[in-house]
Design a protein around this ligand. Structure first.
Ligand code: XMP
Length: 317
């Protein structure tokens, strides 16, 4: 019978056997899968696991610092790499969603390759791939597509020539969460909503500037904090704020304003393939809208997305 404890025991033994005294590099994303994969590998090979956590400047507000801190508390051998400027430079002026994704995938590969080169004599690349990723490896938007297109133009970066170790590739998401819980991983990491690799870049429906990122981070933080305080965070599968590329007229005192619009999105889903918009209470939406408009300079209107998937997608880009 499958139990998290039996899985952990046999997986750690198998990893020890397979990897021996070799070194492994692994990219942490802050998400559940890479975190659980890292902790399993850490139990098996300790300091020979070298984790790399990249700040692409497109994470949620304070996320990089908070998550890096949790990783360090978990005892992981982790290096945080601040690459905000490299990503923002390459994104400057890009509006097309696929161009943004490509730029982010390309810079991620460069940054990760640089960081991986600093670890001497690496043999393995650890990955948090789970079973659904294996069967859907043809996903159009996923990071594998980005890596493939990079591969076609420039040849493989060195870290992609490493042998691959994927301790979670037989598990479904709920099993990964159960394993993570049995390993004692912080519930804040295990209960996290999915977050796209390109991050806030695909939630700013426009070209990316540091100012727009800061506005969206502030609005998103108000939204997510309210979901947590009201108990709704754990009832929705994924939520986030979106920066719309329109301005709308408003009034403040005697003044007419002409500022940006934030859209709130929340969905319930099992696997992200289909999703229903979440029926958040009106009172909660009203509170979030007021807080965003009163506290985030540059925003004078908040709207809520009432579209389900299909035909809408979860993300707007
Ligand atoms: P859609 O928008 O296709 O999203 O309904 C389904 C799920 O996939 C996530 N998503 C992405 N994840 N890179 C990722 O790593 C991407 O480019 C990407 N696009 C969408 C989305 O957040 C949702 O969980």
């Amino acid at each position: 019978d499958w139990t998290p404890d039996s899985f952990i025991e046999t997986t750690i033994a198998a990893l020890k056997e397979k990897i021996g005294n070799d070194k492994v590099v692994l990219g942490l994303s802050g998400g559940v899968d890479s975190s659980v994969a890292a902790v399993l590998l850490h139990h098996a090979i300790g300091e020979n696991l070298h984790c790399i956590f990249v700040d692409n400047g497109l994470l949620r507000k304070n996320e990089f610092e908070d998550v890096l801190d949790s990783y360090q508390h978990m005892g992981l051998n982790v290096r945080g790499v601040n690459a905000k400027d490299r990503f923002l430079d390459q994104l400057a002026g890009l509006k097309d969603p696929e161009q943004k994704r490509k730029a982010i995938g390309r810079v991620f590969i460069e940054v990760f390759d640089d960081a991986a080169h600093e670890v001497q004599d690496v043999t393995w690349l650890g990955q948090g791939t789970i079973y659904p990723d294996v069967i859907e490896s043809v996903s159009v938007k996923g990071p594998s597509a980005t890596i493939k297109s990079h591969h076609n133009v420039g040849g493989l970066p060195d870290f992609m020539k490493l042998k691959i170790v994927e301790p979670l590739n037989t598990l479904f998401k709920d099993e990964v969460r159960r394993v993570g819980k049995a390993l004692g991983i912080d519930p804040l990491i295990l209960g996290r909503h999915p977050f796209p690799g390109p991050g806030l870049a695909i939630r700013i429906l426009d070209d990316i500037t540091p100012e727009k990122v800061a506005i969206l981070q502030d609005a998103d933080a108000i939204y997510i904090n309210n979901l947590k305080e009201s108990g709704w965070y754990d009832k929705v599968w994924q939520a986030g704020a979106i920066f719309l590329p329109v301005q709308s007229v408003g009034v403040m005192g005697d003044e007419r304003t002409y500022e940006h619009v934030i859209c709130l999105r929340a969905v319930s889903s099992v696997d992200g393939m289909t999703a229903d918009w979440s029926h958040l209470p009106y009172e909660l939406l009203a509170k979030i809208s007021n807080e965003i408009i009163n506290n985030v300079k540059g925003i004078n209107r908040v709207v809520y997305d009432v579209s389900s998937k299909p035909p809408a997608t979860i993300e707007w880009e």
